[in-house]
Design a protein around this ligand. Sequence first.
Ligand code: NDP
Ligand code: ZN
Length: 353
Amino acid sequence: MKGFAMKKIGETGWVEKEKPKAGPLDAIVKPLAIAPCTSDVHTVWEGAIGERKDLILGHEAVGIVDEVGSLVKNIKVGDRVIVPAITPDWGSDAAQRGFSSQTGTPLGGWKFSNDKDGVFGEYFHVNEADFNLAILPDTMTPEVGCMITDMLSTGFMGAENAKIPLGGSVAVLGIGAVGLSAIAGAKLLGAGRIFAVGTRPVSVNVAKEYGATDIISYKDGSTSDQIVEATDGEGVDAVIVAGGGPDILIDAVNSARAGSVISNINYFGQGDTLPIPRIGWGFGMADKNFATGLCPGGRTRMERLADLVTHGRIDPDLLITHRFKGLDKIEEGLLLMKDKPRDLIKPIITIEY
Ligand code: NDP
Ligand code: ZN
């Protein structure tokens, strides 16, 4: 089978591989919709997780089940399934402690395009199929299902981790597909005022649609100065970091007030350390707390997010700005994600059989 791979840091291309085999608990899936992620860009072009050779990329997919292992009970060949970006080992200690994304090693639930071939191939392997695959609802398109796998799950986690008080204020720094999902999540969780920080007009429009009350451009001066001024010198109850480079943490801390949570969902691809402003952080004593997390995976998470879509709480289709047909188009989609033209939020590739 063929797949689109990271050949080495900074280089991508097509590779030929053996079709993967399902162990007793696993499934083999063929993609129906796949999307490139900014994380693929960090992985390939920043070498963020180190060297990888001929590793098939991609971790956002909806697919059709091609094969199941002998012990799989609920998932059947031919099922159309939502495949979470993160596929934990559910029996692991970390999963049993409630941190399923960190199974085995830190970020260990992230298997696709990290420690095994990802979803940008003719077939891909899914571990623990009964726990990691959710049935795509009949009313949902594969494109929309694909937006659930990582964008919604990560963005909503950013809002959940931020512990936004009912009616509280939140600033979302970065409004790509991840930050936009965080805005939608913050609104659903009862935020009062929602600041959206970014400049791409397509993103600004969706931010307003998803519930942003104030739009701030980081190009119009210091983000934190603008947020502090707009809140009468107070700062916000919660900050969700969903874009930018290391210095964005300075804006995050300086935008937050006492009792706040700074919820990071950004993937910092470079550097050994990250900056925290000493004075803005009250010399370490300002009651400004950090939360971090990797996208939650698993069947129940996907089913719950699908319910939000099915019942009209969010329309993930608004995130998709570029649509392609055929696996061959994945290269074009990934390069769009790398180059980030101003009219892009998220590209998607659909495949018909
Ligand atoms: P995008 O690149 O599409 O969006 C980034 C956003 O950040 C844009 O809105 C951009 O603004 C904005 N931005 C850039 N610089 C600044 C700045 N200095 N201050 C404020 N905003 C800024 O990214 P995605 O939405 O696709 O992904 C966001 C991050 O989430 C990535 O690092 C990705 O790897 C990570 N991620 C993490 C996951 C997890 O599990 N934790 C899962 C998936 C993704 P503009 O509008 O001007 O372009
Ligand atoms: Zn991703």
